[in-house]
Design a protein around this ligand. Structure first.
Ligand code: U2P
Length: 220
């Protein structure tokens, strides 16, 4: 091999390493400073859809026998006005007793992950952040028919949005978006100001475009 071929091979290898490290670095790459953000997105996940999905079988805490979750707390996410968000802002310690959140956030791995990725950007310590997340979750009135359905619901994202608006004083259709994953409703995402007051989402969050989505019943 000539010197120029060795050099080319080295360059290719260096480029490969660069691509690999940037790919691996996508997850929880630090960005942002604790407390520097504009508003929150409160993300509520439809647990029965998660449990029917590919990760459900592995998630005994959330989907095992006797687990009867409906909407659960996925996370409270600091956001920027431009539709982006900070991530992994510090290495501050998480909750000493994460089990205290399991009633509304039903997996220890999720609690840990949400703290590292989003909570550390809130400017609060872990106790303060999860207390705020609980308050935000409890502040949402879940429309009656989504509290514990016993049968599959086939709904349009727009009707879900409208029902949440009707159930929650001060909300408009801009306060929330409905997310879907394959044929399921996966999440409802609500925009809240830093005092947890409902507000119009910024940065045009993209909602579910499906005409109808399925909501599996709460597990019996
Ligand atoms: O939507 C897929 C995943 O992207 C992350 N997300 C999305 C919107 C947003 O405003 N902030 C945000 O972080 C979520 O990742 P997770 O917290 O689950 O790691 C969401 O699940």
């Amino acid at each position: 091999m000539g010197a120029s071929e060795v050099c080319l091979a080295d360059m290719r290898y260096a480029l490969f390493l660069l691509a690999l490290t940037s790919l691996l670095g996508q997850q929880n790459r630090p960005s942002g400073e604790p407390g520097k953000f504009d508003y929150y997105v409160l993300s509520l996940s439809w647990s029965p859809a998660f449990c029917e999905g590919p990760s459900g079988a592995r998630s005994v805490d959330q989907c095992g026998p006797g687990r009867q979750f409906a909407f659960v707390l996925h996370g409270l996410w600091p956001q920027y006005e431009n539709g982006r968000w900070p991530e992994a802002c510090s290495t501050a310690p998480g909750l000493k007793d994460p089990k205290q959140m399991l009633d509304i956030m039903p997996a220890l791995g999720l609690i840990r992950h949400e703290w590292q990725k989003h909570g550390t950007c809130s400017g609060l310590d872990a106790d303060g952040y999860f207390a705020l997340a609980r308050k935000a979750f409890q502040g949402v009135r879940i429309p009656a028919r989504f509290q514990a359905p016993k049968e599959y619901l086939n709904v349009s994202p727009r009707e879900v949005q409208q029902e949440f608006v009707k159930a929650n004083a001060g909300w408009s259709e801009k306060t929330l978006s409905v997310q879907c994953s394959s044929q399921y409703l996966s999440e409802v995402r609500v925009c809240l100001d830093r005092n947890l007051k409902a507000m119009a989402c910024r940065g045009a969050p993209r909602g579910c475009r499906a005409e109808k989505v399925r909501m599996p019943p709460v597990r019996q």
